[in-house]
Design a protein around this ligand. Structure first.
Ligand SMILES: O=c1ccn([C@@H]2O[C@H](COP(=O)(O)OP(=O)(O)O[C@H]3OC[C@H](O)[C@H](O)[C@H]3O)[C@@H](O)[C@H]2O)c(=O)[nH]1
Ligand code: MN
Length: 372
């Protein structure tokens, strides 16, 4: 038995350790249905598009809302690294959060039911996924051994059963699946009705197409690598925001010894975005992914890169060196990755250990103030 008290995790949803990040260019009415599960969490809403439009947040939610003007004010010139007119703007919410865990969800996602008809508490399942180890070094054929009612199977080395810390929990979707535009065009009526009761670790060295629709991660482990790229207006590509983040973050997790899980929880994805519009937005990505994926598959990070930020800086350098030949866009993206890291560092300064360093850390109105 793994000895993890999963019931305790289910009962204690860690509400003070999680921020819910929602990118929106539409409406937040979908939050009405999520009240039983999300109302006791703090929301970080990233409003995309025209900042003069007032977005209504349903009563009873505790939130902070940032529109484009706010992003520009907070980041100054560094705001250039945050996408405009693309769901990738959500990563600004990852940066301003101070919590250990992030859960990000799209505004056209609703509560799904499991086969027994019970409503799925996505947060509780994501927390369970993140609070229990991953097994990237050897595949357990009964899937996640840390779930109730299952375990490591015969032939699983005991030396590997401790597992590794889980950095990312990738949930799935009933109804409208996250298909690319060509697939949506040829299968416009396809709906995902298949509920697979499984959580599995994505093996080390294997990439996966991370979807930002129902996603949770440990900010402290992998935050700096969860940059959703430079997409949308003014860029040659859109709708590859989460893919870029997913490939980079998986390489960083493999390098640093963290795990990534996919599977439960499911949510109900309601809105099929327009496949013709999507095709226009993502068509370069359909070509470039044939280069981007091998780039990440062959990427090797140095042992000096011992934090997510250092790994990400290295990936930025290698993006510029290896992908600019595919398209000059990647030079801009590589620069934006550095800008992202600088902005992250500015908003999340490394905590100084006052015990061994009582030098003042910054001046404020002429007075010296200590790190909080
Ligand atoms: O310009 C924009 C467009 C959208 N958003 C917000 O992003 C979320 C996803 O948008 P949407 O539901 O229209 O796209 P999908 O095709 O269903 O989403 C997938 O593809 C795009 C993203 O990668 C997404 O994560 C995938 O699931 C939604 O909250 C929109 O309001 C935006 O902020 N700006
Ligand atoms: Mn959607």
């Amino acid at each position: 038995m793994t000895g993890y008290n999963l019931e305790a995790i289910e009962a204690a949803p860690l509400k003070d350790d999680v921020d819910i990040v929602i990118p929106t260019i539409r409406s937040l009415d979908f939050l009405e249905q999520w009240r039983p599960f999300l109302q006791h969490y703090h929301l970080i809403i990233v409003q995309d598009g025209d900042p003069s439009i007032k977005i209504r947040v349903p009563d009873g939610y505790d939130y902070e809302l940032y529109n484009r003007n706010d992003i520009n004010k907070i980041l100054g010139p560094r705001a250039s690294c945050i996408s405009y007119k693309d769901g990738g703007c959500r990563c600004f919410g990852f940066m301003v959060s101070k919590k250990k865990y992030i859960y990000t969800i799209d505004d056209d996602c609703f509560v799904a039911k499991d086969p027994s008809g019970k409503e799925i508490n996505v947060i509780a399942q994501h927390i369970k996924n993140l609070e229990t180890p991953s097994t990237p070094h050897y595949f357990n054929t009964l899937y996640d051994p840390f779930r109730d009612g299952t375990d490591f199977v015969r032939g699983y080395p005991f030396s590997l059963r401790e597992g590794v810390q889980t950095a990312i929990s990738h949930g799935l979707w009933l109804n409208i699946p996250d298909y690319d535009a060509p697939t949506q065009l040829v299968k416009p009526r396809e709906r995902n009705a298949r509920y697979v009761d499984a959580v599995m670790t994505i093996p080390k060295g294997v990439l996966y197409p991370m979807c930002g629709m129902n996603l949770a991660f440990n900010r402290e482990l992998i935050g700096p690598a969860m940059y959703f790229g430079l997409m949308g207006e003014g860029q040659p590509i859109s709708r590859y925001d989460d893919m870029w983040a997913g490939w980079a973050a998986k390489v960083v997790c493999d390098h640093l010894g963290f795990g990534v899980k996919t599977g439960l929880p499911y949510l109900w994805h309601s809105k099929a975005s327009n496949p013709f519009v999507n095709l226009k937005k993502e068509h370069k990505g359909l070509h470039w992914q044939e280069d981007m994926v091998p780039f990440f598959q062959n990427l090797r990070l140095s042992k000096e890169s011992d934090t997510a930020a250092k790994c990400y800086m290295e990936i930025s350098k290698m993006t510029k060196e290896n992908l600019t030949k595919v398209d000059p866009y990647f030079e801009n993206l590589a620069d934006a990755m550095v800008t992202w890291l600088e902005a992250w560092e500015e908003l999340n300064p490394p905590v100084k250990n006052e015990a061994c360093d009582d030098k003042p850390v910054k001046k404020d109105n002429g007075k010296d103030v200590k790190a909080k």
